[in-house]
Design a protein around this ligand. Structure first.
Ligand SMILES: [Zn+2]
Length: 235
């Protein structure tokens, strides 16, 4: 038996020790990304789409500004609003998988986890013709078993290193401050273009044009995650 085989068997027989997200990012640097190369580029990312209350406004602003972003799609929402997902695609943005109904992956077994990913990819494919390779776990949480499955099946997990905290219903100035104070070369910026009942993302939409112009003034360009990370968008 080769030593590699022995190591693999050992990993299978010993229950994995729970690892923190930062340990997992270190252990699987190719599969689990939180930022891009340190060049003057940033990626704007918008989770929890499509949502008719907020997604069209975000798309209008991005179109006006000539910026391409990455949208992480919740499968159950895409099923309800296929036209809106089709618009995201048509306008040249990148699309990733954000689960079927936004559970905490840590509470799911592997079969349930796979079902969340595969159901959503199927829905996205039926609407856009493409099956995303990028996954953003709800709340950024994933465990090692799930990560290994993702790696084996040719997915990339992409979290962020700049959090706007916009889902809290912050004001425009707070959202802007959270983003601009933390953004550096290669930043992956988390925002939302969809929300739960009663959520208010007016801070996000009001801040967005100013965030874009401030970052442009500082010399940043805007790229999608597949471009930033040099991975194909499609599986
Ligand atoms: Zn989310």
């Amino acid at each position: 038996m080769s030593s590699q085989k022995a190591a693999e068997d050992k990993e299978h027989t010993n229950p994995p020790v729970a690892k923190s997200l930062s340990q997992l990012i270190k252990k699987y640097p190719d599969t689990f990304r939180v930022r891009g190369p340190r060049i003057k580029q940033v990626a704007l990312t918008f989770d929890d789409v499509p949502d008719p209350r907020f997604t069209p406004q975000v798309l209008d602003i991005l179109k006006e500004e000539g910026v391409k972003a990455t949208f992480f799609v919740v499968g159950s929402r895409a099923k309800k609003h296929p036209d809106l997902l089709a618009r995201i695609k048509r306008e040249g943005h990148a699309i990733g998988n954000h689960s079927y109904n936004h559970p905490q992956f840590n509470k799911l077994n592997l079969v349930e986890f796979r079902d969340q990913i595969e159901r959503t990819n199927k829905i996205i494919k039926s609407i856009t013709g493409q099956e995303p390779r990028l996954i953003r776990p709800p709340y950024g949480e994933i465990n090692e078993e799930q990560l290994r499955w993702a790696r084996k099946n040719n997915y990339k997990i992409v979290n962020w290193n700049v959090d706007s905290l916009d889902w809290k219903g912050l004001t425009k100035d707070q959202v802007k401050q959270n983003i601009l104070s933390a953004t550096g070369p290669g930043a992956i910026i988390l925002q939302h273009a969809g929300g739960g009942v009663g959520s208010d993302l007016s801070g996000t939409t009001e801040a967005l044009p100013e965030v874009i112009s401030e970052l442009r003034k500082k010399g940043y360009s805007f790229v999608t995650l597949p471009d930033m990370l040099s991975v194909p968008e499609d599986r």
